[in-house]
Ligand binder design. Structure first.
Ligand SMILES: CC(C)(COP(=O)(O)OP(=O)(O)OC[C@H]1O[C@@H](n2cnc3c(N)ncnc32)[C@H](O)[C@@H]1OP(=O)(O)O)[C@@H](O)C(=O)NCCC(=O)NCCS
Length: 232
């Protein structure tokens, strides 16, 4: 009699677990996640995943001494050629880099650009007709403090190119980002050329950035009003 009772208990437990298991499986695979049966379906799902509408940044912005050209993957070789050790030192990039490193980096910028997380232009010298640097404005974010990134190959420092690049990209940023009223730049305390060029352009110091309890960067800001007040 006792054996029969135990047997009924075991059957009851198996049935109960099966019912819960079935509902659990159903909810997990059909209720909470979308069904994908083939690789083609998965690729389609990934490729049709919500994409932000691209912002209407110009592909090319001509200036008097430089031209800004919107970053694409085509620039990797030029980028690799002019992104010198001296420039990388100012940006705290690795001392040694490979072509693949630059390719991955440029690809990451192009992807962020497609997702409207930043706008990146390469700086072309009008006289030499070659790429000599790069400049970007990132959207405000918590993971990459400071919105401005800029560099010029050292052979082109001091000739007014970065000043013109700053003006062209600032005008374009405020033209496209109608809701933005300012953007900020971080400059390392030791980076005299970076600090000098920001001040010369008209950036105002708005604070300091602290890392491990120490001030390591000054924070500068340029406003829409500053840019709109500039003569054309
Ligand atoms: C930062 C960078 C783009 C500036 O370009 P640039 O052509 O050298 O800049 P500018 O000539 O417009 O301005 C530099 C100013 O700093 C001044 N300066 C240079 N060295 C200086 C020093 N040791 N102390 C004080 N001021 C200095 C220059 O005199 C100049 O001002 P001036 O024209 O009024 O005399 C360029 O130096 C670069 O690519 N550096 C490496 C990458 C980098 O550090 N990027 C910035 C990180 S945000």
């Amino acid at each position: 009699m006792k054996n029969w009772f135990d047997f009924k208990k075991i059957i009851f437990t198996i049935i109960t677990l099966s019912i819960f298991g079935f509902f659990g499986y159903y909810l997990f695979f059909n209720g909470t996640s979308e069904k994908v049966n083939t690789v083609q379906e998965l690729q389609k799902k990934v490729s049709t995943k919500e994409k932000p509408k691209p912002l209407n940044y110009s592909d090319e912005i001509p200036g008097k001494i430089i031209t800004l050209k919107k970053m694409t993957l085509d620039c990797v070789q030029d980028y690799y050629n002019v992104f010198s050790p001296r420039v990388r030192q100012g940006l705290e990039f690795p001392e040694k880099i490979t072509f693949a490193y630059v390719a991955y980096y440029v690809d990451s910028l192009v992807r962020k650009q497609k997702n409207n997380k930043l706008i990146a232009y390469n700086i072309w010298d009008n006289k030499d007709n070659k790429m000599v640097g790069s400049i970007q404005v990132r959207e405000k974010n918590d993971y990459d403090p400071g919105q401005l990134g800029m560099w010029l190959n050292e052979n082109y420092w001091g000739g007014g190119r970065i000043q013109e690049a700053l003006l062209l990209i600032s005008k374009e940023y405020f033209r496209v980002r109608t809701e933005a009223n300012d953007y900020i730049a971080h400059a390392r305390l030791w980076n005299d050329r970076s600090l000098g060029s920001l001040k010369k352009f008209g950036f105002k110091k708005v604070g300091d950035y602290v890392e491990d309890g120490k001030i390591t960067r000054h924070v500068y800001e340029i406003t829409r009003a500053d840019i709109e007040a500039r003569p054309n």
